[in-house]
Ligand binder design. Sequence first.
Ligand code: SAM
Length: 352
Amino acid sequence: MTSNASLDSREQEFAKISNALSAAIVDQTAQSIVALGDSLELLRRLPNNSISLILCDPPYHSTHKSNIRGDKAFTADSAFLDWLCSFAFEWQRILKRSGTVYVFCSSRMASRLDVAISDYFLPVSSITWTKPNEPGFDGWKGKMSKESLRQWYPHSERILVFEQGAYGDHMATCKTPLSVYLKQCRIAAGMTAKDLTGIIGAHGRVNHGGAVSNWETGRNIPSRDQYDCMVEALEDTGCIGTMLPYNDVVRPMNLTRDVEFTDVWEFPSVRPYRGKHPAEKPLEMMSHIVEASSYPGDVVLDCFAGSGVTGVASVLTSRRTVCMDVEEKWAKQTALNITEALVGEAQGELPL
Ligand SMILES: C[S@@+](CC[C@H](N)C(=O)[O-])C[C@H]1O[C@@H](n2cnc3c(N)ncnc32)[C@H](O)[C@@H]1O
């Protein structure tokens, strides 16, 4: 199947999402849907296997901010964790095999969230966002009385990254969705990893299974050309049907030499401005996530949209987006920001 086939399917899936959310939609363009309501309830309406990237920046609970809906809603940590696990249950259903989930959280809740969400997904990374302030915009850090601190002042946030799947027996042999699928197809086609490696000419230096073994054990990923070669060889055996397109099997990790590739990120925080969302994330950081972890045309979901920065990042990078917020003010702001970004783009303006 060609990548055009996956682009067509994304368009159809987007239309189905629009139907499913219809009454809750406050604004819609060809690339974006903004819905108002409790996102857990809205998620339950979404079709299975329809989303490629989930960005989730929920209330952090540990920060107890009264200007963020839900931040003070949980009297026990366990209730907060259970609440996010109800989301994870739905994400597992709606996320594509090649999809990625990013969950933002405070350093204090990160380890427990990582463990809780690992019941539903395979952990990929835990990113530390160091939130550097620009000179003159030091925020709370500048105002702290150091002498009265009883812990290291938390000046970073965590971004947990997950994919579909479950732990293998060992971290080195993760059962990723790609590895499970490839192995299934290869065995059904009656080929050994060594044979298949020979056919596609991707010999390993160490093991005889070469590149195919590495892909099947989740060590690295095939290029689009290598995948197409493999599909041809496996389908030609006549023992298996049409294999899934690359974009539906291989989780994207679109990195180049000139972008951040480690798990420590230094994107500057958003400077205060009139009307800023209290937890607004930098556009540059959200665009980095969207570009690295989705393909053009994919559907990106943000269930806690706030200012709508995920939506803006998505439309500006030729993705589709579904944004949800329970607060009318923020759902409307999201819609406005996406519209302005699309208009600015049409007029050739650069985003702020
Ligand atoms: C941490 S903020 C997100 C900020 C956003 N990432 C940005 O950059 O502007 C969390 C948002 O989730 C929204 N929210 C809280 N509970 C929600 C729920 N059950 N369903 C949908 N949105 C919710 C809040 O209104 C708030 O805008």
